[in-house]
Design a protein around this ligand. Structure first.
Ligand SMILES: Cc1cc2nc3c(=O)[nH]c(=O)nc-3n(C[C@H](O)[C@H](O)[C@H](O)COP(=O)(O)OP(=O)(O)OC[C@H]3O[C@@H](n4cnc5c(N)ncnc54)[C@H](O)[C@@H]3O)c2cc1C
Length: 214
């Protein structure tokens, strides 16, 4: 489905928020993703012109938003240089990282893995407090003022007014009766899964969205 760039904002250090037009008839469930293709890209490489991106915005928003980290591929350079009106193509929404009952869930995000989780949380009428959000530095953490309302913030690589370490087993233990929603890089997800295994959390209670490629 064809759409156009509306706006690109540098929302945190090396982190960008992309807003695009919403094609007629595009309906999704919070937590899903699309494959996004840049039409007529300026740069090309052998990694191609399409990537999976989770939807950051909520289903009722008039436009679609994404969150991405600056990178080194042609795709990321093209993405970072999109201008208003530039043409893109998206697939129908995909994925099963959707949440039936936010009150029975805990959300664990690493870096830009916060995108589908924010889509889920922003769609709720009452604010859930069960979130663990991990970022490497203060400056690379987007939406901090908003996110701190949803739970705990961990800054792993420098001092900050938030929790200055990685998420550990003790942080997860209080949520053992909840459904776990984990999103981030493959390394981040593996680390959290190992801790949940140590806590003997059943696999059926865990949903992951692995941002393969980071
Ligand atoms: C279901 C799904 C949903 C996804 N949702 C999102 C999303 O919402 N947002 C998102 O950003 N990604 C998302 N991804 C990942 C996305 O599809 C890409 O794979 C990812 O962003 C990497 O993009 P890239 O291949 O262009 O590589 P790049 O971003 O260019 O990175 C390529 C490699 O280089 C490394 N690298 C990057 N910058 C530097 C640097 N300056 N110096 C040294 N090394 C560097 C990276 O860590 C990576 O290993 C999702 C993936 C899946 C499967």
């Amino acid at each position: 489905m064809r759409c156009r760039t509306v706006k690109l904002i540098n929302i945190a250090q090396e982190i960008f928020e992309l807003e695009i037009t919403k094609p007629l008839g595009f309906d999704f469930i919070a937590g899903q993703y699309v494959d996004l293709q840049i039409i007529n890209p300026k740069l090309s490489d052998n990694m191609g012109d399409t990537r999976s991106l989770s939807i950051l915005s909520s289903p009722n928003d008039p436009t679609i938003k994404f969150l991405f980290k600056q990178g080194i591929t042609a795709f990321k350079n093209n993405l970072k240089n999109l201008k208003e009106g530039d043409e893109l193509s998206i697939t129908q929404p995909k994925g099963k990282f959707t949440c039936k009952d936010v009150a029975k869930s805990v959300f664990i995000a690493g870096g830009v893995g916060v995108a589908p989780i924010l889509s889920i949380i922003r769609t709720q009428t009452s604010i859930p407090k069960a979130g663990l959000f991990s970022f490497s530095t203060n400056d690379s953490a987007p939406y901090l003022e908003e996110i701190k309302k949803y739970g705990k913030i961990f800054i792993t690589k420098e001092k900050s007014k938030f929790i200055n370490r990685r998420i550990n087993t003790n942080d997860l233990a209080p949520y053992r009766d909840k459904e776990f929603y984990i999103c981030g890089s493959s390394a981040f997800i593996s680390g959290v899964l190992l801790m949940l295994e140590n806590l003997k959390i059943e696999e059926s209670k865990i949903k992951t969205e692995d941002f393969i490629g980071y």
